[in-house]
Design a protein around this ligand. Sequence first.
Ligand SMILES: C[S@@+](CC[C@H](N)C(=O)[O-])C[C@H]1O[C@@H](n2cnc3c(N)ncnc32)[C@H](O)[C@@H]1O
Length: 235
Amino acid sequence: MADDRFNTIAKEYDLWPIVDPAYHLLHESVIKRIEEGLAGDPRSTISVFEIGYGTGHTTKMILEADPRIRIIGADPSSGMLAEANNLLDGTELAERAQLCLGGALDVMPHYGPYAQVVSVCTLHNMVPSERPELCRLSFENLEPGGLYISGDKVAVNDPAQYLLMWDRWVRDFDGFLDHGLLDSYYYWRNHEVDDHLNRYTEAEAIGMLEAAGFVDVTIVERLNMYVVITARKPR
Ligand SMILES: C[S@@+](CC[C@H](N)C(=O)[O-])C[C@H]1O[C@@H](n2cnc3c(N)ncnc32)[C@H](O)[C@@H]1O
C-alpha cells in the first residue's frame, strides 16, 4: 500500500519537536520499556518489529538501546524511507535494520516471530479500521511472552477534557510561526484536524489489545496528548 501522506513533510519532519517537547519524552519512555522488556533475556540476537519507522529517529534510538536488537521496519512512505536511509546509512546501525517499504499489515507476517512489536506516533495515522487488525496481527506475530509497546497520540476518555487538551495542543503550533515556518504551520494544522477526526481513546486502545488476546494491557505513562501502552502475549 503506497501512502504519500507523509511524503510532503518527510524532509521537515525533524522540526516537529520545536512545537512538541513531549515528542522526545515519549521516545525516552518507549525506549525504557524496551530495555525493561529485554532485561534478563539471554539471547545474543533479538528480533523487533517497528511499525512506521518515519525518518529513522525512533529506529536509531531502538537500535542504540541494545546491540542485540535486529529491526524489521515497515513504512508505506517512500519519502520517509529515503530519510531513514539517510540517517542510518554508513553507520553500524544500518546493518541491524531492514527497512521495508509497505504498510505494517503487509510486512509484519513475513519476518516474525518477534520478541517485541514497537511503534511511536504511528497508530493514530492509520485508517481507524486497520488498528484492531494491527493489534491482532501483532499478537499473532509475537513470540509467546513477547511485548507490544506503543507510544501514540491517544485521547483521554472524557470528551470535555480531551477538547480542552486539544485546544491547547493546537495553539502550540504557533511555535512554527515564531520560527517563520509558515508551510509547516499549515501542514501540521491540517494534519492535526485529520488526527482529531480519526482519534481513538484510551478505552478503545486497551479494548483493541485485549480483544486481540493480550494480557497485562497497561497505560504506563501519559505525556500530554500521548500515552505509552504496553501489553504482553501470554506464554
Ligand atoms: C508521525 S510518523 C512517526 C515516525 C517515527 N516513529 C517518529 O516518531 O518519528 C508516522 C509514520 O507512520 C507511517 N505509517 C502510516 N501508516 C502506516 C502503516 N499502515 N504501517 C506502517 N507505517 C505507517 C507514516 O508513513 C509515517 O512515517
